[in-house]
Design a protein around this ligand. Sequence first.
Ligand code: PGA
Length: 263
Amino acid sequence: MTNSKKYIIGNWKMFKDRTSAVRDFSLLVELLGKNQGQQKNFVAIAAPSVFLSVLSEKTKSFVEVFSQNAHWEQEGAFTGEISVAMLKSISVSGSLVGHSERRQFFGETDQTAGKRVGALLRAKMKAVLCIGESLAERESGQLEQILRKQLLSAIEATGLGEEREFLGDTPENPLFLIAYEPVWAIGTGKSATEQEAEQAHGLIRTILAERFGKTFASCVPILYGGSVKLENIETFLACPNVNGALIGGASLDPNLFAQMCIK
Ligand code: PGA
């Protein structure tokens, strides 16, 4: 990556109630506000959908509010879904897509994930495409094959072809991001080693370069996710191909998370 800015995104999953969500987000804004001089990183919280509206009223330029999912249609008979247009109307600036929990429990596929990414990028919102292998896939030597399939199938399903549609108008602040999250490391306390993360990120960068060229590949931030915590975040961020972190459990405490954002 040409710039050294890191992307730190908290994933609150299905935790908190209105009171704690507002309290914790407000504290995060306050803590990061005090560190404005030091903080050069991009920070966002992917919050449960019912809190997006109230939290987006409290955002500042240095901490954004993301959704955890977004539907590809503008509107329609899709009970339980939220459209990109709805998110945009309440100033949500991006969304996670294809998280492994969506894939595992809610039938998300590379194709549906790709359609969501396409809708977000067309609306000039950020899309964080989550990919990663299971333990069985890793142990049977399928890491590269799985990453290639997940990445290229989703890109194909976006329906977009131009690099500019993925990067947006400011390639130094691209719309398309990838989170590499090995399924066996999510919520388990057992993170990948920095060598494992760097290797997978290198593979992802190579696959992107084969598809779109080296310049494009160097612009796309690749975040590591899976049991990232205060004690290990720096080692991940020091890896040349790791451009940030997607943080679940350790993002729930705003004091802890704020410290991770200024690493
Ligand atoms: P974790 O979750 O940090 O709790 O492992 C990461 C994620 O699911 O994005």
